[in-house]
Design a protein around this ligand. Structure first.
Ligand code: BES
Ligand code: ZN
Length: 603
């Protein structure tokens, strides 16, 4: 059941749209008095030269319509026709675009209708899509297309009720150049070659929120990793990818031990082009991963564990809207670190938590002017979820769950977690749903950890104790000076990041120089270490790293790396013009979401 239907009512006076309408989600025009989409059939022809999808969709309703308006979310779509099941045109209006929500497509649905059909085209600027030229790919021979729909970009690809509170099954077919493969976060059903084109068919039998619709088209090859996992990549990267993620089945088993059987049949991986804006995206059956994880030492597989964990927390039990995003990400970080604990031991999991705590403190500092965004439950009407994005729901959510676990005991908390998953499988959840479940299962537990402060107050509750361990202490003791070689022996990536992030800003140029000389950090292979170092160096005005910074900004589109580097450059008068000119030169390489986010960092 979906509590959001009752609790997230937009105040009547801001609606102007009839007496009883109720928005389900501050980021969607979907209205709970209107027909709900149960499933859709989508067909798209991929036009690389035009950077357009020529598409048709049939939306099937849960129940025959009562007759009246149907509001769909769209962004930058050209609507060619809206038809009923017999092919007769339906009256419709495409309203003026809202800068955050896009354009409401209002369709007059006759009473008794069970579906509507829409013919349309996407824009070359579709916010979910990145169209890469052959030169921007590894192989240099073929173009590449991929999508990133979370949080509210599905509407730039398909007209739909783009809210996670309306789960939908679908079928899809993609018509692509026959030299290319199309993959989707769905079960592949068939490939039919037709001369120089091929049609690939897919089906998603489990209902999903629209933000989990995902596709990629390119020169892709795959390799089996286990009976239920294969990895897809451009051919030149396939072997490296297969090596890095070889242990995927161990991850799935560890996750199943924690959460119960894996419900999505396959757990395949797709290594994305470097411009992929995230570390990973939990698209069901086919997780998307940044190629920056291919460090050659499996040191970044926590991202794989994270996306896998979303198969339960996020994809099975889904935040009802972006205001409860911590229910997706906080739970998933918790699960990620439990998987890591099972595979690499509690010490490593603890170091990851310590890095998380450090990044959380940085986020609090960056949000000093908007502390309300550091609450777990946020109010996002009028705020673009991409602008609100930070590590807060991840790490504060994680520490809240750790506090509950500590107060309840691990066993009791594990039981509580299975109840949560069991109660809301294939559902959409709000913060109140979680609080109600905890109070029911474990009366008094919320009060014991001061849950109110965690959920609705900014920052961390006063009683919070930050993570501690001998290894962490040894690292933090070194901050402010250049460690000797024997002091950094055996350091993991996490320890390097902890040390670098703990260094004073600015640090003296002599310290930067010595550090770089001793540890060749500017040539670090690991992107986490490299970006932590380059950020410190830029914030310290250590100009010797600038060519390397420029190279990194030109090679990756992962926002976790772009944001701190652009911010560091823009934060000093001496490098601010460089930040502007680099972005002017490089923005065309970035995904539309990353372009927008970096633009706001530079503002
Ligand atoms: N679902 C997120 C990525 C995302 C969040 C996309 C919000 C769009 C809007 C994904 O699971 C994620 O959290 N990725 C992290 C992984 C990390 C926390 C291990 C990332 O990209 O760095
Ligand atoms: Zn996540």
């Amino acid at each position: 059941m979906n509590r959001a239907r009752n609790t997230l009512v937009v105040p009547r006076r801001v609606c102007h749209r009839g007496p009883a309408m109720a928005r389900l989600d501050p980021h969607s025009y979907a209205d709970d008095t209107q027909p709900r989409t149960k499933s859709f059939d989508w067909q798209a022809s991929v036009d690389f030269p035009g950077r357009v999808l020529h598409a048709e969709i049939t939306l099937h309703f849960e129940e025959p319509a009562a007759g009246g308006p149907l509001d769909l979310d769209t962004r930058a779509l050209s609507i060619d026709a809206v038809l009923d099941a017999n092919g007769a045109p339906l009256e419709h209006t495409l309203h003026t675009a809202d800068p955050i929500l896009g354009s409401r497509l209002e369709i007059s649905v006759p009473s008794g209708a069970r579906s509507v059909h829409i013919r349309y085209r996407t824009s070359p600027e579709a916010s979910a899509l990145q169209w890469l030229t052959p030169e921007q790919t590894l192989g240099k021979q073929h173009p590449y297309l991929f999508s990133q729909c979370q949080a509210i970009h599905a509407r730039s690809v398909i007209p739909c009720q783009d809210t996670p509170s309306i789960r939908q099954t679908f079928t899809a077919s993609l018509d692509v150049p026959s030299q290319l493969r199309a993959v989707m976060a769905a079960a592949p059903r068939a490939r039919e070659e037709r001369g120089d084109r091929a049609v690939e068919r897919f089906e998603m039998p489990q209902p999903i929120p629209p933000y989990l619709v995902a596709l990629a088209v390119g020169d892709l090859a795959s390799k089996e990793l286990s009976p239920r996992s294969r990895v897809w990549a451009e051919p030149a990267q396939l072997e490296a990818a297969a090596w890095e993620f070889e242990q995927v089945e161990d991850h799935v088993r560890a996750a199943e031990a924690l959460f119960g059987p894996y419900d999505w049949e396959r757990f395949d991986l797709l290594v994305m082009p470097p411009s992929f804006p995230y570390g990973g995206m939990e698209n069901p059956r086919l997780t998307f991963l940044t190629p920056s994880l291919l460090a050659g030492d499996r040191s970044l597989v926590n991202v794989l564990a994270h996306e896998l964990a979303h198969s339960w927390t996020g994809n099975l039990v889904t935040n009802a809207n972006a205001e409860h995003f911590w229910l997706n990400e906080g739970f998933t970080v918790f699960a990620e670190r439990r998987i890591l604990e099972a595979l690499e031991g509690p010490e490593m999991a603890g170091l990851h938590a310590a890095v998380g705590h450090q990044k959380l403190q940085q986020a609090f500092a960056q949000h000093a002017e908007r502390p309300e965004l550091t609450k777990l439950r946020t109010h996002l009407a009028g705020i673009d979820p991409d602008d609100a994005f930070s590590v807060v729901p991840y790490e504060k959510g994680y520490f809240f769950l750790k506090a509950l676990e500590a107060a309840a005991g691990r066993e009791a908390f594990d039981t509580l977690l299975s109840r949560w998953l069991g109660a809301h499988r294939f559902g959409a959840v709000t913060t109140d749903d979680f609080l109600a479940l905890v109070e029911r299962e474990s009366p008094g537990l919320l009060a014991k950890v001061d849950a109110k402060a965690w959920i609705d107050a900014p920052g961390l509750p006063r009683a919070f104790r930050k993570p501690d361990s001998a290894r962490l202490g040894a690292v933090l003791e070194l901050a402010g000076r250049v460690p000797a070689a024997n002091e950094t022996e055996g350091w993991s990536v996490a320890e390097w990041v902890l040390y670098l992030d703990a260094m004073p800003r600015p640090s003296p140029l002599t310290v930067c120089e010595e550090l770089d000389k001793a540890y060749a950090l500017t040539n670090a292979k690991n992107p986490e270490v490299l970006v932590s170092w380059l950020t410190l160096a830029c914030e310290s005005g250590y100009a010797a790293v600038l060519p390397r910074v420029e190279a990194v900004l030109g090679q990756t589109g992962r926002m976790k790396y772009l944001k701190p580097l652009y911010r560091a450059l823009a934060g000093r008068a001496a490098t601010k013009p460089l930040a502007q000119s680099l972005f002017a030169k490089l923005h065309g390489q970035y995904h539309p979401i990353a372009q927008q986010v970096v633009r706001s960092v530079l503002k």
